[in-house]
Design a protein around this ligand. Sequence first.
Ligand code: PGA
Length: 242
Amino acid sequence: MNIHRFQNTQELNEAGAGIIAGLVQLQPRVVLGLATGGTPVGIYEELVKAYRKGRISFKGVTSFNLDEYVGLPEGHPESYRSYMNHHLFNHVDLPPAQAHIPNANAADPAAECLNYDRLLDEAKQIDLQILGLGHNGHIGFNEPDHSLVSGTHLVELKPATREANARFFNSPDEVPTHALTMGVGTILKAKTILLVVRGADKAEIVHQALTGPITTELPASLLQTHPHLVVLLDAEAGRYFE
Ligand code: PGA
């Protein structure tokens, strides 16, 4: 496990984008696992800047997003498809056919999950999986539970997750109750995992996840088993690490 702490968000964002951009330069046909939420916004901003300066191209990149809300109409501004379009896809040359996000409005969600896993299998392996961390220790939308699911599946979001994400919606009631998410099996199969955590409100959970017991009740603790885990923390999130 390789833990880096940064004095401020800008330094963290530049470091995160630097790792991704470097990989895209080294390996133009790289497979990226992408995350949404507040955490990676600044990293995507830095990637767009690098693209505009001509330093990187996404033409050969394939991407798989971790998750998508169920029940938001197509084009809803808070869908993760809209988020990715807004923060990254609309600004770079990643061919749309190569940018995968689970279709959470599929008529048959179980078939869509199998289809997403088939696409992941065809891509062989995610080279770099970007992850944020939920306040309850979730990764993707793999919520704390007595057991976890390996592949892509339908989940019911925990009240704490819906509360945390209510800041993006007009009212808490508008936050979807369900989502499709990649499973922990797929996440752990990635060649390298880049976990990014910011803020004092996540200091305790990230410390517990990376140094405490491995348990499905704290899904991010499973990351301790991964041979290539890179963790980027800002000073506040990293305050229990010395
Ligand atoms: P956040 O979400 O980046 O908006 O804090 C992280 C997560 O829930 O995985």
